[in-house]
Design a protein around this ligand. Structure first.
Ligand code: FES
Length: 186
């Protein structure tokens, strides 16, 4: 990710740091990470260095914070991020079949890989907190429940049919959680 574009945080950092009492400004690492991701699409190496310099942390410490939270991305993501829950309830309800169907359709693996056109990232997730209506997937920030391989592919088609503006995370928003409809049962 060296050389990736990064917009300076120096301006907004002044206002963000002012929210914290003297001596507590390391806590600003979180809003600065969030801002960097909003601006650059993901947390670039340049952003890590700049944030570390602003709040007085090493780059390793900034990366440690960013990598703890799944909402922060340390490498580029597709416009749509599909996360399939691989925890026990979803696995027992067929999550692996969903992952296999999506891997085949997208032509990528499920360990955070992104399609060459930058449209989709496919990843495995831990419990998405809707275990009772498993299996569950999350598309960008929206939960889909009782998903089947066929309904997952139908969701994919739905995403493909909606022209997305440029930029990570740009996606049609659904009321969550939404039950994915299986075209075979229509
Ligand atoms: S195990 Fe999948 S949502 Fe909890």
């Amino acid at each position: 990710m060296a050389g990736a574009l990064h917009r300076s945080l120096a301006g907004p950092a002044v206002e963000i740091l002012a929210r914290y009492p003297e001596g507590r400004q390391r806590s600003a690492v979180m809003p600065l990470l969030r801002l960097a991701q909003e601006q650059d699409g993901y947390i670039t190496e340049a952003a890590v260095e700049e944030i570390g310099g602003i709040v007085g942390l090493s780059s390793a410490e900034v990366v440690a914070v960013a990598s703890f939270y799944t909402l922060f991305h340390l490498k580029p993501k597709g416009r749509h991020v599909i996360s399939v829950c691989q925890n026990i309830a979803c696995t027992m309800a067929g999550a692996e079949e969903i992952i296999e169907a999506l891997e085949q359709e997208l032509g990528i693996g499920s360990e955070g890989e992104t399609t060459p056109d930058g449209a989709f990232t496919l990843e495995r997730a831990e419990c998405l907190a809707t275990c009772e209506i498993a299996p569950c997937i999350q598309i960008d920030h929206d939960a889909m429940v009782k998903v089947t391989p066929a309904s997952a592919l139908a969701l994919l088609e739905e995403l493909r049919s909606v022209p997305s503006p440029d930029g990570p995370g740009a996606a049609p928003r659904w009321a969550a959680p939404r039950q994915a409809s299986d075209p075979r049962s229509a």
